[in-house]
Every structure is written in C-alpha cells, then in structure tokens.
Design a binder for this molecule. Sequence first.
Ligand code: HPA
Length: 232
Amino acid sequence: MLGVIAGTGLENFFKGIEAPIKTDYGSVHAILTKGDKIAFISRHGFAHDVPPHKINHKAHFAALKKLGVSGILGFSACGAISKYSIGDLVLLEDFIDFRAPQTFFDKLESINQHAWMVPPFSKTLQNKVFAAAGKAKVVLKKGGVVAVTAGPRLETPAEIKAFAKLGANLVGMTTSPEATLSRELGLEYAAIAVVSNHAAGVKRFAPSGAGIAAVAAAQAHKAAKIVAELSK
Ligand code: HPA
C-alpha cells in the first residue's frame, strides 16, 4: 500500500472508502482505494478548512504507519523563487526550515532520536517516483529546494529574496514537518512540488490563494498518473 498526502488544489484526489483511523495524536480520515493500493490523506481536509499551521501532521504519519504503507508520496503547491515555471512538477531534494520543530520526540530516550536528515528524502522512493513519472510520460523536474514557512500568510518580497540567497528555489508551507516526522517513524517519504505561482516579489503580480489552488488543481491529472504508475 502506498501512502499519498496531497494539499491545496488536490483535496479530492482519490475516490475510495473513507477509513477513520485512530492514533495517539487524534483521528484521521484516510481514503482507501480499490484493492487497498493507496491510502490517501487530504492534508488540509476534504473541504480545505485546515490551515497549514493547524495540520495534524503527527496524526497523519502515525495513521499511515498504522496502515503499514510501504512509502509515502507528498504533493504540495509551492511558489517558484527561481528556475521553475508555473505548472511544473518538481521532485523536492532538500528543504530549509528554521521554525519551531515538529517531532514525535518531546523526551529524548536515545541519541538516535536526533533524526539524521541526509538525504532529506528517501532516495529509494525518489528513484521509484522518477521512474514512474517517466513511464507515465509526465515531466518531473529535479533539483527542488523548498523554503518552508508557517503560513497561512504568504511571504514578503524581502523574505523571498532572503530564501533565494540561502539556496531555495521554491517556497511552500508543509514539506519539512512531513519529511521530519516520516524520518522519525522510519517511513520512506518523497515529495513533489506543484508549482502554482511565482513567489512574492518575483514578478509584478502578487500570488493569491484562489489562483494557487486553481493552478494546482489543473495539474492534478499529472499527479494522478504518477501515483497510478507508482502504485501498480
Ligand atoms: N508561498 C508559500 N506557500 C505556497 C506558495 C507560496 O508562494 N504557493 C503555494 N504554496
């Protein structure tokens, strides 16, 4: 079973049976597709009513662990700082996040609980995702480095300039908690950015929430093709 978590514009990605899953961190509603091939979690809820800073990431990952998924692929709408164009799908290869931590380890019981983040995403799953995109004839660009902000507000032009100087070429709100929590649970996790806007100050037009969701939704068919190939 493959775990899939998708966000803005991709809330209703899969049809299937809704399965409530209880975890130590709260309940999660996953969608299980035919033959239990995919367990899907809508990151912001099916009605897109959970803002980025209120997402119960811990429950999502605990639920996927409970289901025994072989790996998890995350899709998230991102703004382009450089290098990428609107509508691109980009494999994320690294992230920058200096915010407060998201962790399962509030009490260290072992030195190994300092999650080792090299590489930041599962290379094994990344290779499979890339091969699946190739088979599905979907262009998946490489080299994504995402700066992760708390949201729900978008960034200021000065913040985006600073992230560019630090080496980020994309900006989003959810990748780092997911990469960190999955690593802490020993789950394979890879992520694809769906480029939905130019980041603040990059072009004359400021990004809007509705615009971001519409562009991401227009790429859903490409994301679905990759997942279909990957879950075969
Ligand atoms: N900034 C942060 N998160 C985002 C953006 C953005 O420009 N676009 C989509 N998610």
